[in-house]
Each structure stands twice: as C-alpha cells, then as structure tokens.
Design a protein around this ligand. Structure first.
Ligand code: HEM
Length: 441
C-alpha cells in the first residue's frame, strides 16, 4: 500500500513566497542544502505551489518513465508554449504521440550526414573570420556560432538571405521573455514584446515555407521535410505550425548547445593533461583538410568523453519540471496530485555513490572500462525516457566539431581562469570567458 507521508519541506521558506527568492537567486545552494538536510527527496514552496525536488538515478528513472503517465510535462511548460507555440514537448500527450515520428525523423542517421556538413561549413567560416590571432569571449561567440549552425542545418545554405537580421533580433526578444515562474499571459511589457516579435517572425516564415512548397526540388533541409512529411495520422503541418516547430527547435537547440560548447572548451583548457590527449586525437584523425563525416567522428572518443563530463559538471539544463497528475511514490514518500516535481543536476550529477570524486574533472570516468555512465539516468542533462532530447546527437556532434576544428587550427590560452556560471531564466552558460588564440599553421 502506498504511504501517505509527503516529502519533508526544506527549512527557510518565507511567508507567502516560500523559497521563491532563494530559488531565483541561488538555486544550486538551495538544492544542495535540501540534499544535506533530507537526502534525495524533499520539498520547497513557491507562491501557491509545492515542489518536490528529487535526485539520484532511480528517482530520475521514475520521473522520466512516468512522464505522460502520472506526470505531465506540457502544462508546466506553458511559458514555452506562449513563446514558441505548441510542438513536441509543449504539446499535450495525445498530440505529442501524433507528432513524435516526424520529430524523430528530423534527426535520423541519414539526416545527420547533411547536418554534419552544415556544422563543418559554419565552424570553418567562423574560424576563418577569426584571422591569425586575437582574443574572444567564448561564451558570446558560441551563441552566434550555434545560431549559424542551426540556421544552415534547418533552412539550408541560403539561410543568411532568407532570415533577415531583424529575425534574429526578434528571436532574442522572445528568448528574453522566457520566465518559468510568472504567468506567461500577464500583460507585462516583455510578454507584449514577445507576442509582437512572434507575429513578425511568423510572417518571415510564410515566405520561407512558401518558397519550398513552390519549388520542392530545390531544397533539401529541415523546413522542406516539415513541409512535405505527414504526421502519424496522415495530416500535414500548417505553415504556422512549421514556423512554430522551427522556433521551438531553435530555442531547444542553440542556447543550450552554446553554453555546453563553451564550457567544453573552457574545461579542456583548465585541464592541460586531458587537453593533450584530445589534441593527439585531433592531430591523428582530423588533420587539416579533413572532410568530417560519421567515420571521422567515430574516432573522436576522447572529445565525446569530454563532452559527457562537461554535461555532468556544467549542464545547460540544470532543472526540469513536471506536474503530478496521479499520486507517485518515490523513496518511501508519496508526491500528491497537484504538486510539481523537479529533477536537478546539482545533486544527481554530484552524488558520491554514483561518481568517484565527483568534484574532479575526469572524462575517462565515462570510458567503457570505468563505466560510470552505464546507467544513463544518473545524468539528466539531456532528459530521459520518451521526451529525451531529440537533438542530443546533433548537439554532441556540433560540439565535437567545434572542439576538433578549433584545436586543429589554434593554440588557445584561457585568460579568465575561472569563469562563473551565468544563470538567467533559460539555459545556463559561462559568464565572460576570454580566450587568446594564435593560428598554428
Ligand atoms: C547541449 C545541448 C542541449 C541540451 C543540454 C538539451 C537538453 C534537453 C533536455 C534536458 C530535454 C528534456 C526536457 C524535459 O524532459 O523536460 C530536451 C528535449 C528536447 N530537445 Fe534538447 N538539448 C540540447 C540540444 C538540442 C538540440 C540541438 C535540439 C534540436 C536541434 C534539441 C531539441 C530538443 C527537443 C525537440 C526536445 C523535446 C523532445 C521531446 O519532447 O520528445 N535539443 N533537451
């Protein structure tokens, strides 16, 4: 029989707002304090909702496997639906099932071949314009680069002509409106700006999709695929829906990837011994002039291990939310209907029982010999279960290509020895992190 005991509420909540202020200003300390006081399951209060916070591979597994069953994902993401529309993770469960095969097909192995070509082209163009030597803030550079990669991969090489610069400004307006806490339909200036930006972007999209429908043979990109492939029930997406898919995929894909790409480079520069191993791999498998493809990528074992370790230590997605629809038992507690449930990286990714010396940068922990990543639910940085990040391989391949080509071309020196984590209301990323570069060849 299910226990009736609910998780213990963390100390320190304030009248009315509960733990809201601490959650906004320093969520990681809040999570760690809860873990120290109560272990893997505890609760906090924010305004009028109670949130159970859980960690550990087994609780993460229940969380992800119960999504779309006892747990609902789209309702707590209403703030994203208002910004980008209803697609994939922001769709209700039945609609999601109808969309999922199309979503998955966008990231098939065959499609990845073209995306890898787009990634190489954009990373090479970025490297080319850096010149012989200089200093960059890797955090900002990665935002620009990941936008270019997504633009090229999703819209094709003509993306620069088809997406005017105002489009990217509007995208920034929408991104800045993201707020998981305030009701997203309040008449606040940032939400009004968001809705206007959305309208303008949808207009741009009508032209882009129109061009593809009029000349289907001329295009081979993600928008073309969305415009010509039916959903599971045989119906087609409307032009507005295609635009919403694109806006949502861009959002899911670029700031998250930018943050983790920047941290991957930073952490390599902070760890010269492992950097030397990675450099050796690049010298051997990605000499100048290499056309990167799946075969080359398969040799980049140590780069992918570094990407995994950065996902553990510096995840872009640090917390994920669900709404409890049916009572759920976790670690001997019952989480009641109407509560929110949250998994978090701060505790899961640093558990001493799951990872040896978790505070140490040690990519080889994920090697097949050591096997610390065998249970994939230990890490929640790309989600898990039904809604696990569809773009995970896209992101990992993009990060691998950035690292490979950057270290193929340049000697790098980290001028900001210890960048801090910038946590806005969206994905986390490094604060300013200056890197001096000098071309090798
Ligand atoms: C380092 C980069 C990335 C990180 C850290 C990341 C993280 C995540 C996480 C944590 C989820 C699950 C959310 C949840 O369960 O609540 C997710 C879902 C998703 N991601 Fe990513 N993501 C990244 C890159 C990308 C890219 C490049 C794309 C697409 C181009 C993408 C598309 C998606 C989509 C479509 C979903 C929803 C999947 C579904 O509902 O079935 N992501 N991502």
């Amino acid at each position: 029989m299910m226990t009736t005991q609910t998780p213990p509420v963390l100390s320190g909540g304030m009248p009315l707002i509960g733990h809201l202020r601490e959650f906004r200003t320093d969520p990681v300390t809040l999570m760690k304090r809860g873990y120290e006081q109560h272990g893997n399951v505890f609760a906090i209060r924010m305004l009028n909702s109670t949130i159970a916070i859980v960690s550990g591979a087994e609780n993460n597994r229940t969380y992800f496997m119960e999504t779309d069953k006892a747990l609902n994902v789209n309702e707590p993401l209403e703030f994203l639906r208002q910004a980008f529309g209803e697609a994939a993770i922001t769709s209700p469960p039945e609609k999601y099932k109808n969309e999922r095969p199309l979503l998955q097909s966008l990231f098939s192995r065959a499609k990845m071949v073209g995306y890898i070509r787009a990634m190489q082209a954009e990373v090479e163009a970025w490297i080319e314009q850096l010149g012989e030597a200089g200093t960059i803030n890797i955090s900002d550079e990665m935002i620009q680069l990941t936008k270019a990669v997504a633009g090229h991969a999703f819209i094709g090489p003509s993306y620069k002509d088809e997406l005017p610069s105002a489009f990217w400004d509007d995208y920034t307006v929408i991104s800045r409106s993201i707020d998981p806490i305030l009701p997203p339909n309040w008449p606040l200036p940032k939400f009004i700006r968001r809705d206007r930006a959305r309208e303008r972007m949808l207009t741009v999209f009508h032209q882009i999709v129109g061009a593809r429908l009029a000349n289907p043979d001329q295009y081979e990109d993600m928008i073309q695929l969305l415009a010509t492939t039916p959903l599971k029930d045989g119906t087609m997406l409307t032009v507005d829906q295609i635009a919403e898919w694109f806006l949502g995929l861009m959002f899911a894909g670029h700031e998250t990837t930018a943050g983790q790409a920047a941290w991957t480079v930073i952490q390599l520069l902070q760890n010269p011994a492992y950097l030397a191993t990675v450099q050796g791999e690049i010298d051997r498998f990605v000499p100048v002039g290499t056309q990167i493809d799946g075969g080359v990528m398969r040799h980049l074992t140590h780069i992918y291990l570094a990407i995994n370790e950065t996902t553990r230590m510096r995840p872009s997605a640090e917390i994920l939310f669900r709404l409890v629809k049916e009572p759920l038992e976790l670690d001997g507690y019952t989480i009641p209907v109407g509560w929110r449930l949250m998994v978090n990286a701060a505790n899961s990714h640093n558990e001493a029982t799951a990872f040896s010396n978790p505070e140490q940068y040690d990519p080889l922990r994920f090697s097949s010999e050591r096997g610390e990543g065998k249970n994939s639910f230990k890490i929640m940085g790309f989600g898990g279960g039904m809604h696990k990040c569809t773009g995970m391989n896209f992101a990992k391949n993009e990060m691998a290509i950035i690292v490979a080509l950057l270290l193929q071309q340049f000697d790098l020196e980290l001028l900001t020895p210890n960048p801090t984590i910038y946590r806005g209301l969206g994905a986390s990323r490094p604060s300013e992190a200056l890197i001096r570069y000098r071309r090798k060849i």
